[in-house]
Design a protein around this ligand. Structure first.
Ligand SMILES: *Cc1c(COP(=O)(O)O)cnc(C)c1O
Ligand code: SF4
Length: 396
């Protein structure tokens, strides 16, 4: 983690020439700046010239950047850019951060809102799809515009967004809806990334929810621990901890994202009593193999992050090129279940207009004689009806 102190910025490094075997990217910026999330937000990569300070752009990447201009936003924090392989366009970090030609291609069946956020939307920000919980789309801003974002229309499409997004725009209507529906016990702040707001604004939102007696838990969905872990300051964690119970789910997709900085951000959250879970998206060419996924899950456990969901990649306009088959997802789940501890195994789900659908392959079948069980190695064992009756037995 050594950085050359006192050097000026930019450029963070010399322009990388195509085809050169560059030294590992190490930004030459003072620690005070590197550790300041606002510096990263100001210095985000948004142009070809800035991108070249980090990576040798391939011709296809350049074409895609030009093609996406005016259609999709893109932006990469220097922190996340520092994880990119400077020469390999198939680097899993690059594929998540740099536009690709696939985004501009047409795929059959693609929709901007396949999960029906707009249909279930009750106020400017509240989406009420399940009986006891809602999501609140609090912002469209993100530190990095992930190329695979499931809400790409909302976050990344320049014509997009479902709602009036302005810090000054009142939350009263949203809070009132939640207060008027006391069956809502669980509110998930998402977007966009809620931690894009400054602490003071975020505190107003969290305090507003905490003032509603029927709200039991507050959850935050944030990719900052992955895209800009410096954002997760002690001050932020301390503020959030005053509104407990607060939970946070983040979004690691590849073992390369598990860095010392990310681990430190998770540690700060945990020390303030905020449990950290993870939602991974199954992405073609990024993490669609058993080895990568097993490494990701076990590395998450090492930094005390609990895998929660593995999302099948939806057929979202501009994202379809990342889709895998459901069979690929099963293969990966079979490679996790039983091979690593149960709490390292996420639930594989498909997000649809009728809710999240668990895509589990059964490990047992009911037979006339009892149950046929199957273990993680494919071994089978029959157990009989006397031991596993269909109805609760009466004592003789
Ligand atoms: C995913 C989601 C939730 C939260 O679901 P959990 O399974 O509780 O994590 C709530 N509302 C909507 C609309 C969602 O898409
Ligand atoms: S941080 Fe989350 S909401 Fe924002 S672009 Fe990435 S995946 Fe989408």
């Amino acid at each position: 983690m050594s950085r050359t102190p006192g050097a000026t910025d930019p450029p963070a490094r010399d322009t990388v020439a195509a085809g050169t075997r560059a030294a590992p990217v190490r930004p030459r910026v003072p620690d005070a700046e590197w550790n300041d999330w606002r510096w990263h937000m100001r210095k985000r990569v948004t142009t070809v010239a800035k991108a070249r300070q980090w990576i040798a752009l391939s011709p296809d990447e350049e074409k895609a950047i030009a093609g996406a201009a005016g259609t999709y936003r893109w932006s990469i924090t220097p922190y996340y850019a520092s994880l990119m392989d400077p020469v390999d366009p198939n680097c899993p970090i690059r594929l998540q951060g740099v536009p690709a030609l696939g985004e501009l291609a047409e795929f059959p069946g693609a929709e901007v809102d396949p999960v029906g956020d707009m249909y279930y939307r009750k106020t400017n920000r509240v989406v009420h799809k399940y009986p006891d919980r809602v999501i609140m789309l609090v912002t469209e801003a993100c530190p990095v515009y992930c190329r695979h974002c499931t809400r790409k229309f909302h976050t990344t499409d320049v014509t997009g967004t479902y709602f009036r997004d302005d810090e000054g725009e009142s939350f009263d209507e949203d809070f009132r809806y939640i207060a008027d529906h006391p069956e809502i016990r669980d509110v998930l702040l998402t977007g966009g990334d809620p931690l894009s707001y400054r602490d003071g604004k975020l505190e107003e939102i969290v305090a507003g929810l905490r003032a509603i007696p029927s709200v039991e838990i507050i959850r935050i969905g944030s990719r900052f621990p992955v895209l800009l872990p410096q954002r997760v300051t002690d001050g932020l964690c301390e503020m959030l901890s005053r509104y407990h119970p607060v939970w946070l789910n983040t979004h690691f997709n590849h073992p390369k994202e598990i860095t010392a900085e990310a681990a430190a951000a998770v540690d700060r959250l945990l020390r303030h009593g905020i449990p950290v879970g993870n939602q991974t998206v199954l992405l073609r060419g990024i993490n669609d193999d058993v080895t990568t996924m097993r490494t990701l899950m076990t590395e998450l456990l090492r930094i005390r992050v609990r895998p929660y969901y593995l999302y099948h990649c939806d057929n979202v306009t501009g994202v379809s090129h990342f889709m895998t088959s459901v069979e690929k997802g099963w293969e990966i789940m079979e490679g996790l279940q039983g091979h690593i501890t149960g709490f390292g195994v996420p639930q594989y789900v498909l997000t649809t207009k009728i809710g999240k659908i668990p895509l589990a392959q059964p490990y047992f079948t009911r037979t006339p004689d009892g149950l046929l069980l199957r273990n993680y190695r494919g071994q089978e064992m029959a157990v009989d009806t006397a031991a596993y009756p269909i109805t609760e037995p009466d004592a003789r």
